[in-house]
Design a protein around this ligand. Structure first.
Ligand SMILES: Cc1ncc(COP(=O)(O)O)c(C=O)c1O
Length: 461
């Protein structure tokens, strides 16, 4: 397979990308003076651009490519399924790869999450969970319970329902008015704790209690669900303080509010477990997933719901009037099964748990740089918060963020051979989420590239 196009072809390819493609979440004005980067190949933890340059994939594509790139087994699984039954919907009929995958997911899931509703993406999983919560409460005689609580800065998707649940004002403003009935509570950013900054557990109790307060302010008879990521991505890998989820569970039980664990990033090994709720020992009512379920080799999402939620749908003419053409696509399900086989064969959950402290220890070395304020995360999922002043935790101004993060760091990291994410939707952070096959060699490579580029960024401040 040719991996490098001729230089003139690359120029034409990049020009066609600039002229015809509409890239996601991308400022197109940047391509007036710069070429659109075109990625043509992946193998293991690395990707190559059309000019043949290699990059370490420090983000697993977009928090997805758990098993690494170029895995023959997954391509073969897709080919086998395509030949046997390329497509059939899950409307009134089932097909074997969806059945087998649903069995496998429910066998692994915590507690009584024994039903799987397949979707195509994470955002659709979130939409599905909200609609399910709304209809469930109508069916059990609590028709006014429909609102959703989520956390500041949390990202849950871009469709209008999922975007309403999202807590990033800048991502929503252009599309308001969105779906009403969602509220935000504080996340678990202990680095910038407004309360109990010297007591992690007390801070966790405070953060959980903000959820109860929001439920009470709105009226528990109007609130259907709380959507929380096990480790929140946006803002830079906010981990839950000890006892946080236990307390949230108690609050949800007290007010008959569903706890939705949005594990679109965190499930399937990112935190060293199949389901991240297991890591923190809580029992969700619904888990939303996507991404790592197929390691990104085919689009697929899955919503796991408890028996209790399915029960009212099992009688008479009751129907969940929701679905899509490609939700639970046979090829995607077959790829997911082969992906989960790879996880088992290569003990990837065990690998992440065994290597996570080495990953953290390697990234912690960066704390000697004046620009690195905090390194936080879990498993193979870390955020590095950048500051102007370590002692005061002073953050960048909007202008500095523009100049240093967008104007320098993003490009400099990529130029230096590391694909990852410099994100300024909140305080500036660099997000890392490498394929789960990585080890010390890749950790060192990330650290070394980050050290050079962050040193460069500091000089610009
Ligand atoms: C926690 C969470 N939920 C939902 C989504 C939306 O997933 P998708 O982009 O597949 O729609 C994302 C995407 O990154 C996510 O991180």
């Amino acid at each position: 397979m040719s991996t490098t196009a001729e230089p003139t072809d690359v120029t034409a390819l990049a020009a066609a990308a600039r002229d015809n493609l509409w890239l996601h979440f991308t400022r197109h004005s940047g391509f007036e003076s710069a070429e659109v980067p075109v990625i043509v190949r992946g193998e293991g933890a690395y990707i190559w651009d059309a000019r043949g340059k290699r990059y370490l994939d420090g983000l697993a594509g977009l928090f997805a490519v758990q098993v690494g790139h170029g895995r023959e087994e997954l391509a073969e699984a897709a080919a086998r399924q395509t030949k046997q039954l390329a497509y059939f919907p899950l409307w009134g009929h089932a097909h074997p790869s969806a059945i087998e995958l649903a069995e496998r997911l429910t066998a692994a899931s915590p507690g009584d999450l024994n039903r799987v509703f397949f979707t195509v993406s994470g955002g659709e999983s979130v939409e599905t969970a909200w609609k399910l919560a709304k209809q469930y409460f109508k069916l059990v005689g609590k028709p006014t319970k429909h609102k959703v609580i989520s956390r500041a800065l949390a990202y849950h998707g871009t469709s209008q329902g999922a975007l309403s649940i999202t807590g990033i004002p800048g991502a929503k403003a252009d599309f308001e008015p969105l779906v009403p009935s969602t509220m935000r509570v504080p996340n678990t950013n202990f680095y910038r704790a407004p309360e109990h900054a010297d007591d992690y557990e007390a801070y966790g109790r405070w953060a959980a209690d903000q959820i109860e307060q929001a439920i009470e302010f709105e009226g528990a008879d109007t609130v259907a669900a709380v959507f929380l990521e096990p480790v929140q991505n946006t803002g830079g890998c906010f981990v839950p303080p000890p006892g946080y989820f236990e307390r949230v569970r108690e609050i949800c039980d007290r007010h008959d509010v569903l706890l939705v664990s949005d594990e679109v990033i965190c499930a399937f090994g990112r935190l060293g477990h199949d389901f991240a709720a297991k890591r923190y020992g809580y029992q969700p009512d619904i888990i939303t997933t996507a991404k790592g379920l197929t390691s990104g080799y085919a689009p697929l999402g899955a919503v796991l719901a408890s028996d209790r939620l399915m029960e009212p749908f099992l009688h008479g003419s009751t129907t969940f009037m929701h679905g899509s053409t490609y939700g639970g696509h046979p090829v995607s399900c077959a790829v997911a099964l082969a992906n989960l086989d790879l996880f088992e064969r290569e003990n990837l959950y065990g690998h992440v748990l065994a290597q996570e402290s080495a990953f953290r220890g390697t990234l912690d070395r960066l704390l000697d740089l004046p620009i690195v304020g905090d390194v936080r995360g879990a498993g193979f999922f870390y955020g590095i918060e950048l500051v102007k002043d370590k002692a005061t935790k002073e953050t960048f101004t909007a202008d500095e963020s523009e100049r240093v993060l967008r104007g320098y760091l993003s490009d400099a990291l990529f130029e230096a051979g590391l694909y990852c994410r410099a994100d300024d939707r909140a305080e500036p952070v660099v997000q890392l989420s490498p394929p789960l096959i990585c080890g010390q060699r890749e950790f060192d490579e990330m650290e070394q590239i980050l050290r050079e580029t962050l040193t460069g960024a500091w000089k610009l401040l």
